[in-house]
Design a protein around this ligand. Structure first.
Ligand SMILES: *Cc1c(COP(=O)(O)O)cnc(C)c1O
Length: 381
């Protein structure tokens, strides 16, 4: 079955005891056993819950993996991947990253004993040099399109590089979602998500997931999911599965709106740079065309007037809310330097291009004319 059909039907079996078309939400911590150890496959909800299982099944199917594990947040999902390594192992991590991922690697997993190398740019040679710095490379962690600069990495080429160094390859697929990009089909071992964003899609649930190419690759992650217990509750799993049913139509509209807004912004005098993989002017536009179905709903802009102009712009917006996070049906604007990426030291941030004048837009699915009018009036102020 095709993607849209699986989004709606996979992991959604009508309830056999009542016929309820939408399976009930299993709000239970425990499962009654006939005799000690004699049960129907479930014993305790940290270890397994039918609502969570349904969600994991649809996530695995949409990413083209064999198995998935759901977590209480995107960072909990990432932690499980990092913790499945051993102290002394090495990670090459994307040159541009979600701020919380950078903090997790730098402040938690470096002290824990992982060696982490960051390439200095998106160039494949920079990734090659980063591998050469590691004593025992075990993981290549990619994020594409990157947050907040929307650089695009060539997943197939970098996955091949990772394999040559004996590393597992994980891709944070939060920005693209499996509707637009499927890393496992391009050679990755794991697709990792903050499902808080587009998969949930309605800004009302924090959660994460790891999807693995094979069930065997998921085993250590599944072990940590239960042993450490950072699991999402049944209500979160239900909300996510409900959001996923409209993923394809939402991503098409997000992509339409973002594409039109990017073109409108590119012609505005107050805007120095528009970063959007769908623009022919984007340095990795050709790679994006090859590995993505469409270009997604995230657009970043750098304003001529620097930090002061960016702050003024964010507070003048009326349809866009000035808020962290992304991927919901409503449009949001954020100032990465003082909000989502404030945890990156200023010198590293500036060197990476996350300047004071940068604003990241999560373009929602409102009418695009209202969105264009809103950014125009905010720029004019
Ligand atoms: C939000 C985000 C995360 C972290 O996810 P949480 O659900 O907030 O823990 C990781 N990666 C990317 C790209 C994100 O946007």
């Amino acid at each position: 079955m095709e993607f849209e059909t699986r989004s709606i039907h996979t992991g959604q079996v009508p309830d056999p005891s009542t016929g309820a078309t939408i399976p009930p939400v299993y709000l239970t911590t425990t499962f009654t056993q006939k005799a000690p150890g004699e049960h129907l496959g479930y014993d305790y909800s940290r270890s397994g819950n039918p609502t969570r299982n349904g969600l994991e099944e649809v996530l695995a199917s949409l990413e083209g993996g064999e198995a998935a594990a759901a977590f209480a947040s995107g960072l909990a999902a990432e932690s499980a991947v990092f913790q499945s390594l051993r102290p002394g192992d090495g990670i090459v991590a994307s040159h541009d990253l979600y701020g919380g991922t950078f903090r997790l690697l730098d402040k938690v997993f470096r002290p824990w004993g992982l060696e982490v190398a960051f390439p200095e740019s998106a160039a494949p040679e920079a990734y090659q040099r980063a591998f050469a710095q590691l004593k025992r490379p075990r993981l290549l962690w990619l994020e594409t399109p990157t947050n907040p600069l929307l650089d695009v990495l060539d997943i197939a080429a970098l996955a091949a590089l990772g394999k040559r160094h004996g590393a597992l390859v994980a891709v944070d697929n939060t920005f693209a979602t499996p509707y637009l990009q499927r890393p496992i089909e391009l050679g990755a071992d794991f697709a990792v998500h903050s499902t808080t964003k587009y998969l949930g899609g309605h800004s009302d649930v924090v959660s994460g997931a790891v999807v693995a190419r094979t069930a065997e690759l998921l085993e250590p992650i599944r072990f940590l999911q239960n042993a450490q217990g950072a699991v999402p509750g049944p209500l979160e799993c239900y909300l996510l599965q409900r959001g996923i049913k409209t993923l394809a139509v939402r991503m098409d509209r997000h992509s339409d709106n973002a594409g039109q807004l990017a073109v409108a912004l590119a012609g505005d005098g107050g805007v120095k740079k528009v970063l959007y993989p769908g623009l022919a002017s984007h340095p990795e536009h050709e790679i994006a065309k090859r590995q993505m179905r469409r270009f997604g709903g995230m657009v970043s802009i750098e304003l001529e007037g620097g930090e002061a102009a960016a702050r003024r712009f964010c507070s003048r917006l009326r349809v866009f809310a000035c808020a962290e996070s992304l991927g919901g049906v409503e449009s949001l604007a954020c100032h990465p330097a003082s909000m989502t990426h404030a945890s990156i030291p200023p010198d590293i941030r500036e060197a990476r291009g996350i300047t004071g004048g940068l604003v990241r837009l999560s373009v929602g699915i409102e009418n695009v004319n209202d969105l264009i009018a809103d950014v125009r009036q905010a720029l004019a102020g």
